[in-house]
Design a protein around this ligand. Structure first.
Ligand SMILES: Cc1ncc(COP(=O)(O)O)c(C=O)c1O
Length: 448
């Protein structure tokens, strides 16, 4: 299909989008006066301008033009509890009523630490931060500081560990200036060889048990190999479970039975408020005990802010039970299967990846195993992919479904089977009506 057909289809949908969202358009235009690009979180930007939301209830969002959406984005997995869980809201209200910024330990933080450590047996001790980025910065810095002579860090192409740890296309201008060794995700033998030759100089290997960018699952074999090789070389293995901790009540590490040396967390574990955490083996984390003679200092004004601590504690101990975890992840598995069946039935390069409640949608026919597999080769194909993603995204918004521009979905607990079925029907219609616009040369992109 001629890419100009795709471009003109997108132009039509964009013009309808502009017409339906005049208030969002105006708010975005005025925001540009004081925020670069009208934006303070790059990932939330998409063209022609992002929707501005007025409110969220359960798993529904309302924009400032008064239109409603089924929220399938789930705040990139941080919105697990939905927008108005009564238990979480009550805990936040109580914390608010008791006063903010107390300037000392509060009644929540140790209880939240206990609940986190009970969920993740690899975490003997834990510390809180304000974001997942900060949690990873601390975990990596501790790994580098504890073993003299080991300053290199291993990471994988396509990984995202925070705003200064982006490894799509190999790296990013604003990345923290560490000495990185970049491996290929899911390449078990290639990575094993790298670890055997560089292990002695590596402070840590950091890995997402599933790449959040594209929802690409790490194979059990690959992750187990990392555990074995890090044990052999004395390298700290860090599982970044900022996104994947929701995949079971004990995260993806619980599903796989792998015990990393350190784990980082974030997102929903703050109950909807800013949150990050890092923790792990007692001997590593003990260095943060201020009473230790050579203690590492880890400060942070809002590390124990009462809203995150109280909301996080209520969510983890009263809402996100093992049963709820199974329910939402099974719902996601069923939706993924349904979407994949649909791609096959339409004979189109369309597939859903991911695990449990985290789903990545791709207009790609090949097998997706690492970050490179979701970047088609050549400027023309990359352009076609971007047009198609834009078309799909805005058409879904037009039909009342809100998800990430690049096809990211994370189901929140209020999501029902009927919600998933309605979304699947909308995707089915898209493939039926717009399928002829999908460039055939995207069929094989996705590697092997
Ligand atoms: C796997 C992973 N690590 C780290 C982060 C960074 O977390 P935050 O945005 O809270 O800094 C994210 C955020 O999307 C993530 O998905």
């Amino acid at each position: 299909m001629d890419p100009s057909d795709l471009a003109s289809a997108l132009a039509d949908v964009e013009s309808r989008y502009r017409a339906r969202h005049p208030h969002s358009a105006r708010r975005h235009a005025s925001a540009r006066s004081h925020l670069p690009g009208g934006n303070t979180h790059t990932v939330l930007h998409y063209s022609p301008f992002p929707l501005t939301f007025a409110a969220g209830r359960g798993n529904r969002l309302t924009d400032i033009d008064g239109l409603d959406y089924l929220d399938l984005l789930g705040e990139y997995s941080a919105g697990l509890y939905g927008h108005s869980n009564p238990v979480v809201q009550a805990a936040l209200r109580q914390a608010l009523d008791d006063g903010l910024a107390l300037g000392g330990p509060n009644v929540y933080e140790a209880r939240l630490a206990e609940a986190v450590c009970a969920r993740f047996p690899s975490m003997n001790l834990v510390r809180f931060t304000n974001s997942g980025t900060e949690a990873n910065l601390m975990a990596l810095s501790i790994a580098r500081a504890r073993l003299p002579g080991r300053t290199r860090l291993m990471v994988f192409g396509g990984a995202y560990h925070g705003s200064v740890f982006q490894f799509r296309h190999g790296g990013a201008a604003l990345n923290a200036p560490f000495d990185w060794l970049i491996g290929t995700y899911n390449d078990t033998e290639g990575t094993r060889a790298q670890l055997r030759s560089h292990g002695a100089s590596l402070a840590a290997v950091i890995v997402e048990p599933m790449l959040g960018g594209g929802c690409i699952v790490g194979s059990a074999e690959f992750l187990a190999m990392l555990r074995d090789e890090c044990t052999a070389s004395g390298t700290v293995l860090i599982f970044d479970e900022v996104m994947t901790s929701r995949l079971s009540s004990a995260g993806r590490q619980g599903l796989l039975g792998i015990r990393p040396d350190m784990t980082t967390l974030g997102k929903y574990l703050g109950g909807g408020a800013s949150f990050g955490a890092f923790g792990g083996r007692r001997d590593i984390m003990q260095r943060l005990d201020p009473a230790e003679p050579e203690a590492f200092s880890h400060a942070g004004t809002f590390n124990n802010n009462v809203l995150s601590m109280a909301g996080g504690l209520a969510g983890l101990t009263q809402v996100f039970s093992a049963a709820e975890s199974s329910r939402i992840n099974e719902l996601g598995d069923r939706l993924r299967t349904r979407l994949n069946e649909m791609g096959a039935a339409h004979r189109m390069p369309f597939q859903a990846t991911g695990a449990g409640s985290l789903i990545g949608l791709h207009f790609a026919g090949g097998i997706i195993q690492n970050g490179a597999d979701i970047e088609p080769a050549g400027v023309k194909r990359q352009h076609a992919k971007a047009l198609l993603e834009g078309l799909f995204h805005l058409e879904m918004i037009d039909r009342g479904y809100y998800l990430g521009r690049r096809g990211f979905i994370s189901l929140s607990l209020p999501t029902t089977a009927a919600d998933c079925e309605a979304f699947a029907a909308a995707v089915d219609q898209f493939l039926a009506i717009r399928g002829s616009l999908i460039p055939v040369d995207l069929a094989d992109y996705g590697g092997r």
